[in-house]
Design a binder for this molecule. Sequence first.
Ligand SMILES: *[C@@H]1O[C@H](CO)[C@@H](O)[C@H](O)[C@H]1NC(C)=O
Ligand SMILES: *[C@@H]1O[C@H](CO)[C@@H](O)[C@H](O)[C@H]1NC(C)=O
Length: 405
Amino acid sequence: MAKATTTMIVCLSLLRVAMAATYSVTDYGAEADGQTDSTKAFLAAWSSACGAARPATIYVPAGRFLVGQATTFQGPCNNSAVTILVHGILVAPAGYTSAVNWLLFKYVDGVSILGGTIDGRGQAFWACKDAGRSCPQGATSLSVAESKNVVIRGLTSLNSEMFHISIFGSSSVKVQGAKIIAPGDSPNTDGIHIQMSTEVTILSTRIKTGDDCISMGQGASGVWIEKVNCGPGHGISIGSLGGTASEAGVQNITVTSVFFSGTQNGLRIKTWGRGYSGFVRGVTFAHAVMQDVSYPIVVDQNYCPGNVNCPGQVQLIPYFFFLYVIKRIAAPQSSGVKISGVSYSDIRGSSATPVAVKFDCSASNPCSDLSLSDIKLTFENKEAQAYCKNAEGSTSGTINPPSCI
Ligand SMILES: *[C@@H]1O[C@H](CO)[C@@H](O)[C@H](O)[C@H]1NC(C)=O
Ligand SMILES: *[C@@H]1O[C@H](CO)[C@@H](O)[C@H](O)[C@H]1NC(C)=O
């Protein structure tokens, strides 16, 4: 009986493999030497797998495969289960172009990317930015746009020019067991950026990068982030919002069981000090551990990176010899983005600055319904401080630093 069952399972497994057609990129001419341009081979394998009437697998064996910028894997496909099984490393060309994407999945429904490493080779592009030259926009390494039912599991992303992973205009996207790595001083290398997307899950992922580990822009909703380890980096951020007119709101966001080490921020919400309307509501931050984080809990509604050209600032314009004209850049504005229903529970660890909790909210749209419970944040093993402006809410349990809402 046991033998019969085993035989049956073996048969079923063989049947599954037989049912899913497999297309190896090397059969289409890809070379694992890291030098031969394998873009065409990857696109040809995609075309076969996407055009197949039944589930299909694209196989990328071990080795280094050079794949060009702006490589687009476009749907819709004839089947709803394309698996890309990667044992090797995809490398971007050295240098940079004006492409804004390296690997782009567009209009797909039912794609799983399993394993593999992608190396964006962003160094030359960062050097251009660091030198203050005029550089192109930079490429996001892996983008999922206007797509549904996408799984990215066990991927390693190295040294993206701009964002490592971007999820835009999509629903039901899951990133699990990813490793995202770039130097702490690499500019704008956000780990995962989510925008105009819903039902996005990020699980068990390690992110060391030069900007936000995860950033959520306008129209992010139904996002679940769990077991993420962040640092170096700028933390997990909602925003920046309110920088342009008629932005979609951000809602129903959960961030739980996260660890931050040496990051600039922990859990952050940031909006520009401009009048454009928008909202953030229904956010749960729970079970976070901070280790030497500059701003563990922060709402910043006067966001202005580098403090240049911010509304309300004055500029000195040389006039005659040592005389200057004082000019206000624009009238000071308060943010039109309304933040409400944000809860923080079980947040502990150490702050690298005295103010561990900062709610700097909009005068015209005060933060409302903030809730804090079980907060234990210290600064140099002593009591830290909390700062509140235009913030209203409630507290329960132990609150350290003592609450100011
Ligand atoms: C899907 O199948 C149809 C019919 O077999 C075929 O004509 C079409 O080219 C296929 N689509 C793709 C993307 O290959
Ligand atoms: C909120 O987001 C979760 C996923 O994090 C989703 O399962 C749930 O349906 C969403 N709730 C609403 C009311 O949209």
